[in-house]
Design a protein around this ligand. Structure first.
Ligand SMILES: Cc1ncc(C[n+]2csc(CCOP(=O)(O)OP(=O)(O)O)c2C)c(N)n1
Length: 512
């Protein structure tokens, strides 16, 4: 068995059966092993940023890592932006990066670069394989890292001779143990705090926003009178009927600080000490109000759900079914606003839809009006690096087959990774993309004012993507995706219904 085959067999034995790939010469033996070893779904992506973003979306929905297959340093370079977003979402991923043969690298051929240096800031574990004999055990170590709490990124660099040499050995994966438990004494400190009559807020993310954690948090809030709020961006948030409705931290320093203004105690539940996205001249950097105390129930890599269960027990709080949310909202008519689009999506989304939200400025108000929709999952772009939405939607559709993905996608951000549409067409994925075509970098117009810069002709030109106007219908059709334009809510409703009634991808350009 050569090294490539041992790598592939070790991935399969470790539970990784999906690989988002963009191969080159140094990965040819891995690709050829796919012909001999059944079981791996290899998904061709036409840009590495699509592969890494799709691996993120897959992991968020499947709860298990996928692999990526990337070509040398430059291939990894294209992938790192969405690895950054995946790291912020705590998504497990195993990157396999091909490289020159060990004895060829010293000659400094054109594609040679410092792959480890490039991988390190975006990976929790980086290793370059030394030989075909140990490539299998290296792959097992990579999987073990990826599976450790709360979900990590492992990058294994495989020089091409480690793939083609004989002597490969398949290696078993030792699954890491459960995440670290929060001590009962520590939970009791938080319980004591919640028994006091002082304004307290639990800041939730990660597993606290999925069942059973979400229902436990709601029960704790009902018994103690504390508030619940989610981080501004979250990897996967279970929402809609049957789930507790939890607001997310508002966008913008002033709004976020206002949301916490009355709080005396902020308790982090898998969340981080909340800070502003950026520093602004003369403004505070943290969201915590003055005089508010910060507490930690569970850190991101601790067992958040168990900590919530212990806290609920200590307070005598029992999760209950959510009350009936009443009839589903009607399809709205009238002007196209964030609120009306949210109500329309809530009215028409199928049961168990997956919303992938890279709607940027248009979508900040989408959340409130979708709480009463059928049960669904909401995936945010987590790291602030735009170009995640379409790849995330692609991976989510593969990770959760049978569920319709609705990608609410700002137009400027769409232009970073539109190649994802080709993979959606190639794999016949059930993804409806709604492009919010405002033909601007609208969010940056606000940021210009927030940092105190004066707008002039040149700076405003940097935020105008309307000349020439992007034609997303042609763009989608070029990649084999059916598409149509909507100028009104009625047209949007018709197209959303049509796209959800048939299989495969569909793109709607919503002109706003
Ligand atoms: C990788 C990356 N490059 C650039 C930026 C800076 N940036 C933030 S928002 C934005 C424009 C977003 O425009 P669009 O997606 O159309 O959303 P809108 O602002 O119109 O709501 C840019 C360029 C970023 N966040 N990430």
């Amino acid at each position: 068995m050569n090294g490539a085959e041992s790598l592939l067999r070790t991935l399969l034995a470790g539970g990784i059966d999906t690989c988002f790939a963009n191969p080159g010469t140094s990965e040819m033996h891995f690709v050829s092993a796919l012909d001999r070893v059944p079981g791996m779904r290899a998904v061709l992506c036409l840009f590495e940023g699509v592969a890494s973003g799709a691996a993120d979306g897959y992991a968020r929905m499947k709860g298990r890592p996928a692999a990526t297959l990337l070509h040398c340093g430059p291939g990894l370079g294209y992938a790192v932006t969405n690895l950054h977003n995946a790291r912020r979402a705590a998504s497990p991923i195993v990157n396999i990066v091909g490289d020159h043969a060990t004895y060829h690298r010293p000659l400094d051929p054109p594609l040679a670069s410092d792959i480890e240096g490039l991988a390190r800031p975006f990976s929790h574990w980086v290793h370059t394989a030394k030989s075909a004999v140990t490539l299998g055990s290296d792959a097992a170590a990579a999987i073990e890292c990826a599976l450790s709490a709360p979900g990590r990124i492992a990058t294994l660099i495989a020089p091409s001779d480690t793939a083609w040499d004989e002597g490969g050995e398949v290696c078993a994966v030792t699954p890491p143990g459960a995440p670290a438990r929060v001590g009962v004494d520590h939970v009791e400190v938080i319980a004591t705090l919640l028994r006091k009559d002082e304004p307290t807020t639990l800041l939730l993310t990660g597993a606290a926003l999925r069942e059973p954690g979400l229902a436990m948090a709601k029960a704790i809030a009902e018994v103690s009178g504390c508030n619940l709020i989610a981080e501004f961006t979250n990897g996967r948030f279970q929402r809609g009927r049957g789930h507790a409705q939890v607001a997310r931290m508002p966008w913008g320093l002033d709004h976020a600080r206002a949301a916490l203004a009355e709080t005396r105690h902020l308790v982090l539940v898998g969340a981080r000490d909340p800070v502003a996205f950026f520093a602004f001249p003369g403004k505070p950097r943290k969201l915590l109000p003055d005089g508010c105390y910060l507490h930690v129930l569970a850190k991101p890599d601790e067992d958040v759900v168990e900590a919530l269960a212990t806290l609920a027990d200590a307070l005598g709080a029992t999760p209950k079914p959510e009350p009936d949310a009443g009839p589903r909202p009607d399809v709205p008519t009238g002007p196209t606003t964030t609120e009306s689009v949210a109500r329309l999506i809530a009215a028409l989304m199928p049961e168990q839809a997956i919303i992938v939200d890279e709607s940027v400025s248009f979508g900040r108000g989408l959340f409130a009006a979708t709480g009463g929709a059928p049960p669904h999952d909401w995936l945010h772009q987590t790291g602030g690096a735009i170009g995640a939405g379409m790849p995330l939607a692609t991976g989510a559709a593969i990770g959760a087959p049978g569920r319709r993905v609705i990608n609410i996608q700002a137009d400027g951000s769409a232009m970073y990774t539109p190649q994802a549409l080709w993979t959606q067409a190639h794999e016949r994925l059930d993804v409806t993309t709604i492009i919010i075509a405002n033909r601007k970098y609208a969010v940056l117009l606000g940021e210009l004012a927030s940092v105190g810069a004066n707008p002039g002709r040149h700076s405003l030109e940097m935020m105008d993507i309307g000349n020439p106007a992007l034609d997303f219908i042609k763009l989608a059709e070029t990649m084999g995706v059916e598409a149509a334009r909507a100028g009104t809510l009625v047209e949007l409703a018709d197209l959303l219904r049509t796209s959800c009634s048939k299989s495969g991808p569909f793109l709607i350009e919503l002109v706003v």
